[in-house]
Write a protein that binds this ligand. Structure first.
Ligand code: ADE
Length: 245
């Protein structure tokens, strides 16, 4: 999957060149082309923004540098996304849809946004990471890339990892423990040391249900309505959790 990332601050993207995403780049599963919008400014001061026609506070990113940066990445047959709090908030179905693309262009805005003609001409789809406003599109772009990368085969070492975790299974993830068995007087739950995998799976299912009911009642209600077939034992656990206050 190839990403062209148009930004005024390419250096902000250092975090996605390390760790799991960095390894996916080494394996050539992912590929990033960072384009500094300022390099395309024809202005003698390399300016990239100006006042908003009609007035109002803040500066707007000018069309010319972004247009020329866009032409350089040849987005004709590429999906163009613009990170913006005005966009539809990204969720799992959206990520799954985007994970099918081979080429994605991500435009990161700053200041009060970009000249609307950029978005209209390049058919840019506005996408948001949540109903709050950040100072620029770079952090949201990294959030998008990281969550998308996890869905691409070969990026995670365990292929099932992404789907089993958290919201992907329809429930929040159960609590996990590692060595030592006792830490600061706190013991690892006995059942996890029993070696009885059926019991362990049921305990984890129960914990996931309890946690989801407490922390995300919306997800819990959805799971109760739409869950896949449960075994008799799982059904009993579910009934027990439903009876809990
Ligand atoms: N730019 C500023 N805030 C944003 C948000 N919430 N999502 C995407 N891009 C943004």
């Amino acid at each position: 999957m190839h990403f062209d990332i148009l930004t005024l601050f390419p250096e902000m993207f250092a975090p996605i060149t390390s760790s799991i995403i960095g390894r996916a780049c080494d394996k050539e599963i992912l590929n990033f082309n960072f384009v500094n919008i300022r390099d395309y400014s024809l202005d003698k001061h390399k300016s990239t923004d100006d006042y908003s026609f009609g007035g109002g506070p803040g500066l707007v990113m000018s069309a010319q540098p972004i247009f020329d940066a866009m032409k350089a990445v040849n987005p004709k047959h590429k999906r163009v996304l613009y990170m913006s709090p005005r966009g539809r908030v990204i969720d799992l179905p959206k990520l799954k849809e985007l994970s099918k693309e081979q080429n994605i262009v991500i435009l990161c805005g700053h200041y009060e946004g970009v000249d609307q003609r950029v978005l209209d001409y390049w058919n840019a789809e506005e996408v948001s990471i949540g109903d709050y406003v950040l100072t620029g599109g770079e952090l949201p772009a990294m959030v998008l890339i990281d969550s998308l990368a996890r869905l691409i085969p070969g990026v995670l070492s365990n292929e099932n990892g992404a789907m089993e975790e958290s919201v992907y299974s329809g429930l929040l993830e159960f609590p996990q423990y590692t060595k030592p068995r006792e830490y600061e007087g706190m013991e690892v739950p006995e059942v996890l040391l029993s070696g009885n995998h059926k019991k362990i799976d049921l305990w984890r299912f129960e914990q996931a249900l309890i946690l989801t009911k407490k922390q995300r009642p919306d997800i819990f209600d959805n799971y109760v309505k739409n869950h896949r077939d449960l075994t008799k034992d799982e059904q009993k656990v579910m009934e027990k959790v439903l009876r809990m206050l």
